[in-house]
Design a protein around this ligand. Structure first.
Ligand SMILES: C[S@@+](CC[C@H](N)C(=O)[O-])C[C@H]1O[C@@H](n2cnc3c(N)ncnc32)[C@H](O)[C@@H]1O
Length: 281
């Protein structure tokens, strides 16, 4: 058990939040200033966001696909995966925007991967998803085994008929992002849910702007506005907020648009979501 996991069991949430902040701040200060390409970032209005939830048809399709995904998994819990309320939001974002190319950082058990791939399948034939994890998520002893999933993400995707849409990459996020930029690959949606440390998110968001198609979306998970709790347990994952705080300070025109409350439940009886977009101010 890591020291951090042990402390989590002992310390109350507010104290644990301070420990997390104290551990991350020096790492963030040490990262050299990153180059960033703000010109590709979109302007997104509140109306653009509410439009995402306006399609009843997409809600109905999500309920059907969620049932299929959970039947394939054999366990709906998906420990460490994106919660079902946020998965519905991600599904509807893909469904509404119909991106041709998606890049995901942080595959884990494939909860968000499968939601996005099933949404792509509803959009037509073209959509493709590249998902990156530092671990081999499809290995025999991959994370899927620890959480009691029926099979690895690749097998689940094949069972759901979306296997051909997904490329699984085992590589640290920054290596994958730099390689994609070098090869001139562009994505209409980049979903960052990998290392949640402030230093890592700082570098990944900056690097993501070099693989983003014009007007594409960078979607963050675990963004806690103001580094304040979003859910009743009082826990905060400060890294993404602190990373964006630095990027905003250094980059005029860069901003963040948190999604706030969703029209459906997310976790711990709340409607709050930690999803947020990196946008042009
Ligand atoms: C919170 S989990 C992702 C959950 C996933 N989106 C889901 O819904 O199942 C974070 C994942 O990021 C991966 N990760 C951590 N640091 C990484 C890095 N530097 N590069 C790539 N993946 C990383 C971890 O191995 C872990 O599987």
């Amino acid at each position: 058990m890591s020291a951090r996991t042990a402390l989590r069991g002992i310390l109350p949430a507010p104290l644990m939040n301070l420990v997390r902040e104290a551990m991350q701040a020096p790492k963030l200060w040490r990262v050299p200033t990153a180059e960033i390409r703000t010109s590709v970032l979109p302007r997104v209005s509140a109306a653009d966001l509410s439009e995402l939830w306006a399609h009843n048809e997409h809600g109905r399709q999500w309920r059907e696909d969620r049932a299929r995904i959970e039947a394939a998994l054999g366990s709906p819990a998906l420990l460490g995966g994106v919660n079902p309320g946020d998965r519905e939001a991600i599904y509807r974002i893909v469904r509404t925007r119909a991106p041709r190319r998606i890049l995901e950082v942080g595959t884990h058990v494939g909860a968000s991967t499968l939601a996005m791939a099933c949404a792509l399948a509803r959009c037509g034939d073209a959509g493709h998803l590249t998902t990156v994890d530092v671990l081999d998520v499809n290995a025999d002893d991959g994370p899927w085994r620890r959480v009691g999933s029926r099979a690895c993400p690749r097998t689940l995707a094949e069972d759901l008929g979306v296997g051909e849409r997904i490329e699984f990459v085992t590589q640290p996020a920054m290596e994958a992002l730099r390689a994609a930029a070098r090869d001139g690959r562009r994505f209409d949606l980049v979903f960052l849910d990998g290392d949640h440390g402030a230093a890592a998110v700082y570098e990944e968001v900056a690097a993501a702007t070099f693989v983003l198609a014009e007007g594409g979306w960078i979607l963050l998970h675990d963004y806690y506005p103001g580094a304040r709790p979003l859910f009743p347990d009082g826990r905060v994952i400060p890294g993404p907020y602190r990373a964006l705080q630095r990027l905003r300070r250094e980059t005029p025109g860069l901003s963040v648009r948190p999604f706030g409350l969703l029209p459906w439940p997310t976790k711990q009886g709340s409607h709050a979501t930690s999803l947020a977009l990196v946008v042009r101010a």
